[in-house]
Structure formats: C-alpha cells, structure tokens
Design a protein around this ligand. Structure first.
Ligand code: BG6
Length: 512
C-alpha cells in the first residue's frame, strides 16, 4: 500500500508484512468428533490443504478422538480418504507422507478418564517425536450437549494448562447455545476453564474470502463509504439461500431451524460487517468493538407478526427431480413446527442507519444456492426522463456476491443504444475468477491456520454471540407462541408471506 502523502511508514504495521507467508509455529490439532461429517468434509481436507500450501510446521500433528475402535492406521486411512475426496488442492504423496508422521488416534468416550489420560500421554509423545512444543488446539466438533463434559475433562486432565509456556486453545463449533440463557451457561462453562484469548468460536462465514472482502471494499476505497448511509441507502437485503434439504441432519436440525442455524450467527455477522463503523485497526479487539456496537444497536420490528416470516418446505421440484417436504423427511416429527425458511426485518438504531430496513432471509430447498448482500440505493431524487423511458430502470444496487459466483456487482441505469432515450438496468461486475489467478482458500483452511497462529480476528466473541441471541430470542418466542409455519414448495423462492412482508413496505426481494 502506498502511504498517503505526509504519512511515514508505520513500524508497527510493517511488523505484520503481508508479503511474508503466515506459517504456523510448532503445534498440533486434536479433533473431538472426528468421525463426524464436518471433520471428514471440511476439517481433515483443510489440514491437508494447509500442509500442501506449506503453511503448517514440519512436525504438525493431528490427533483424532472418538468412540470408534480404530488404530492409528485406520484413522490415517480415514483422513486419506477424506482428503482424496474433499481437499481443494491436488494430492501430493510427499506432503501426505510427512503429515502422516504426526497422526494419532485416541479411542474413548467423553466421560472416560482413561481415554483423556491416553490423550495427555499421546500429546507428550508427540512433543518428543514431532517437536510440537506442547502447543495444541482442541477442536470440539461435537453436539452442544457434549461441550461441558469435554471442557471439564480437558481441565481435569491438565490439558488446558499453559503454565509450561506452551499454548492450549479451544475451538468451538456452532451452535453456541440455542438461546441467550443456554449460550450464557455455555460461555460460563468454557470460561471457567479457558481464558477468553484461548477460546476460538467458529463462524465459518467469517473465514470466507468474500466476507473478509466486505472490509476491504468498504474501508480501502473512497467511493463507497460516503454513500453507505441512510442518506443514500434505501434498504439492505442479506440472503443465504440453499437448494439442499436437511439431508441426514434431522437429529440436529429439527427443533433448531433456519433462524437459529444460520441467522443467529452467519447472517447477523454479515449484517455487522456491512453496517459497522470503521474499526481503529484490524486487530481482534478493535473489530469486535465495532461489531459489538452495531449488534447492540439492532432493533426488532414492533410487529413481529408482520415483519418476520417462518416457513417449511413442502414437496416440490429441485434440479429436475421430485423432492419430499420437510415433514416427510426421515426422522422429522410429522407435527414439527421447525422453520426451514426464515425472513426478518431489522433496523440498526444509530445515526448512520436510522430508518433503513435490513431484510435477512435464509432457507433450505430454495431456487438455488446463493449468498449475497445487496445494498439497495434510493432512486434519484428527480428524473429528467419521461416515465416511459425509465420503465425498466430499477434501483441502483451494490451486491456483494458471497457465493457461489464470488464477486461484486454494481447495478445502475444506462441508455439503451438507439435513437430514443431509453434507460435500463445494467451490471458492472467484478468476479474473483477473472481478476485473480489463485482460487480462494476454503473458510476452514483460513480459520484453522488462524487458530494455530493465535489470530482471533475472524472469531466472534462472547458478547457478539450473546447479543445475537438477544436479537433472535424474542422472534423465536413469538413464532413458538403464534401459529404454524407457512409452506413453500421446494425449488421456489420461499413462501408468499415473505413476498407480502416486503410488498407492504413497497419493496420486493431480489431474485438472485
Ligand atoms: C452451516 C449450517 O453453518 O452452514 C448448515 O449449519 C448450512 O445448515 C451451512 O448448510 C452452509 O454453509 P456454506 O458454507 O455451504 O454456505
């Protein structure tokens, strides 16, 4: 970055020279719940991809902990298969051979003291054999009900202890509680054993390149920020649509639902990054301070019946195939009221955003998989064109395409070539695939590396998690008390009630 005139080089910032690769020091990762889907599809492949990119130390160690009767070799084979199937980068035998040196498996249940003793011994053995220096992160990829016991066992067996000068960290997967009260209890349990700077709560959306780019787009440029206010913005739409159903996740999903599953975390984090003020720096404290401020300013609609919608997918068509409705899915109670679609209207009660609605929606079995943030601008205050010239002119919008077609789009009006003055919407596009040659790392690659580096920027803090539950709890309670979920046929863009919710405000949802 070229310093602006008059500013000298900043020695503090230069210490974190971005041109140097960020390589983790001696360390290892222990995964609890290593036989689960997340571990196989995301965590193991991410570890391999990091090794392949040369970002892990030579003696890096990976320890799996689970009930399964596996020997080290069986575990290694599992990792091997997961990597072959899901890794982002090509398989290289020499990388694999080095990685496998540090792989161990510890068999046991979470309440088994002997198993945790074996884990302690295994870590000691790896310190000697692999030079891990006692630095270990414990990844809890386990159901929330198992968090307390695992945390307590780590304490009881001295595994959280950093007194020898090495570091110990806990990585916690969502869901972080199912309401404010349970989240507070969980935070208390975790913080009884680990200091706040030892705890890394995963919200994998923050590991996505396009999500980090929100900060670059807003704060490294001059052209967007001046109009990023209520004076120019009409409203903001944050959409996370999925085409998949709940698959084999009935046990987790039923009773949780779409709002708890992704609005409480991913979508409110996207809202925070979109609406927050510029942080004093990009260190974890400064970022958390701004996100916390903006989440604290979120205001719920007065009438939750009018300005929120919850719904369930019914049978329908997806990708040319007939699919069943939520209530017919395996393992789902036929009377379930769980939401697979949720839409809410929020406001951010501060000077920058007063009166600007933030519409958040998410759903399973929608038209297609897409996540985007659309900042929709007000119409020009005056139009010198006659009405028929601008019939096909919409509102200007800046759309951050989080996935799958990563990039940024600006929508604006342009004259249609010809002899008459007709103005129609066009797009100006930035696509990652065209501007950069390297493909983006997976979110979990970035997040695991940051845990090993002790870099907490991309991990929500206790206050953020609790504030997010404070926003969601009254909505969930309202839904619980009032009525039944609306229905929408699979493969569509959600229930009519959600369209009506915006129509009442004179607006409509984008069809991404
Ligand atoms: C998870 C949710 O956090 O995010 C899932 O629990 C959802 O229900 C998933 O499918 C989507 O993640 P991504 O990265 O594919 O958008």
């Amino acid at each position: 970055m070229t310093p602006s005139p008059g500013t000298g080089a900043n020695p503090l910032r230069d210490a974190a020279d971005r041109r140097l690769p960020r390589i983790a020091g001696p360390s290892g990762l222990v995964i609890f719940g290593v036989t689960g889907d997340l571990s196989r599809k995301k965590l193991m492949p991410a570890v391999y991809d990091l090794a392949n990119r040369g970002l892990l130390p030579p003696g890096f160690s990976l320890v799996g902990f689970a009930r399964r009767e596996w020997a080290n070799e069986d575990f290694a084979q599992e990792v091997h298969d997961a990597v072959k199937e899901h890794a982002r980068t090509p398989f290289r035998e020499e990388v694999w051979q080095q990685l496998i040196q540090g792989m161990r498996f510890v068999q046991g249940t979470f309440d088994d003291d002997d198993a945790f003793e074996r884990l302690r011994e295994t870590i000691g053995e790896l310190d000697k054999a692999q030079g891990t220096g006692g630095n270990f992160a414990f990844y809890l990829s386990v159901p929330p009900s198992a968090f307390p016991v695992v945390i307590q066992q780590l304490k009881k067996h001295g595994l959280a202890d950093q007194s020898s000068g090495s570091w110990r960290r806990a990585v916690i997967e969502k869901p972080f509680g199912h309401d404010l009260k349970s989240a507070e209890e969980l935070n208390a349990t975790v913080e009884e054993v680990f200091a706040p700077d030892q705890v890394f709560r995963i919200d994998h959306y923050l590991g996505k390149e396009t999500v980090q780019n929100i900060l670059a787009l807003r704060f490294a440029n001059q052209m967007f920020e001046p109009i990023w206010t209520r004076s120019f913005v009409d409203h903001v739409q944050i959409t996370m649509a999925e085409d998949i159903g709940i698959g084999g996740r009935a046990g987790y999903y039923d009773g949780i639902g779409a709002a708890r599953d992704v609005i409480q975390n991913h979508l409110l984090q996207l809202l925070a990054l979109t609406a927050m003020e510029e942080p004093a720096s990009f260190d974890a404290d400064a970022l958390a301070a701004e996100k916390t401020k903006v989440l604290g300013a979120v205001k719920l609609p007065k009438d939750l019946g009018r300005d929120t919608v919850f719904a369930q997918y019914a049978a329908g068509w997806q990708g040319g195939e007939k699919v069943i409705g939520y209530l017919e899915e395996d393992g789902i109670d036929a009377k379930s009221k769980t939401d697979t679609y949720a839409a809410v209207k929020l406001e951010v009660d501060n000077r920058r955003w007063a009166g600007v609605p933030f519409y958040l929606r998410t759903g399973k079995r929608l038209g297609r998989r897409v996540t985007e943030i659309a900042v929709v601008f007000q119409r020009a205050p005056h139009s010198p064109f006659d009405h028929t010239s601008t019939e096909e002119l919409g509102q200007n919008a800046l759309v951050i395409r989080v996935q799958p077609d990563e990039g940024v789009t600006v929508r604006f009006g342009s004259k249609v070539p010809g002899t008459s003055m007709e103005v129609r919407d066009v797009s100006m596009d930035f696509a990652y695939g065209e501007s950069f040659t390297e493909s983006s790392p997976e979110a979990y690659e970035r997040l695991i590396l940051d845990v090993l580096l002790g870099d907490a920027n991309l991990f929500p803090r206790t206050e953020e998690v609790e504030l997010s539950w404070k926003i969601l709890d009254p909505i969930e309670e309202y839904w619980e008390k009032h009525g039944k979920p609306a229905q929408y046929p699979s493969g569509t863009w959600g229930p009519a009630e959600a369209d009506e919710m915006l129509e009442r405000n004179g607006r409509s949802w984008r069809r991404p």
